[in-house]
Design a protein. Sequence first.
Length: 161
Amino acid sequence: MPDVLVVEADLENPRHQRAVVAMVNTYARDPMGRGQDLPEEVLRDLVPGLQRHPTSLIFLAFDDEVPVGIAVCFVGFSTFAARPLINIHDLAVAPGFRGRGIGRQLLEQVEARARALGCCKLTLEVAAENTLAQELYRTVGFRNIDDGGGRARMWFLEKRF
């Protein structure tokens, strides 16, 4: 089996556009996603929305021509460090390709890009029950947020519209 290739997505490239839609929908179908396909209008609007978003940064993993992994990220800014940061919004590997180091390869590419941009950190959120992902994140250096003063960990909250 050839090595998996991780590339920064070109959202003008139709092959990459199809891969982004396919991989995000694969993630949505997973029990750690929503457990079902995304609505057709979301699938239709996904790439144009990412193209319009000024800080989109996406990495794709391909096994030959088949998309097998994705990291959807957004560049943000840390006011406490006065430097950019990258938030990993989605990280997913196709079910048949898990356990092969593809998630690690995607994270390594994200980190390399973050360092090149002068970022102060990477951030992400992970479901409490997603212990496999948590283990991967720990092995590449992610830690629960703690300011060193013993204060409570941060929460990610949402208010949907």
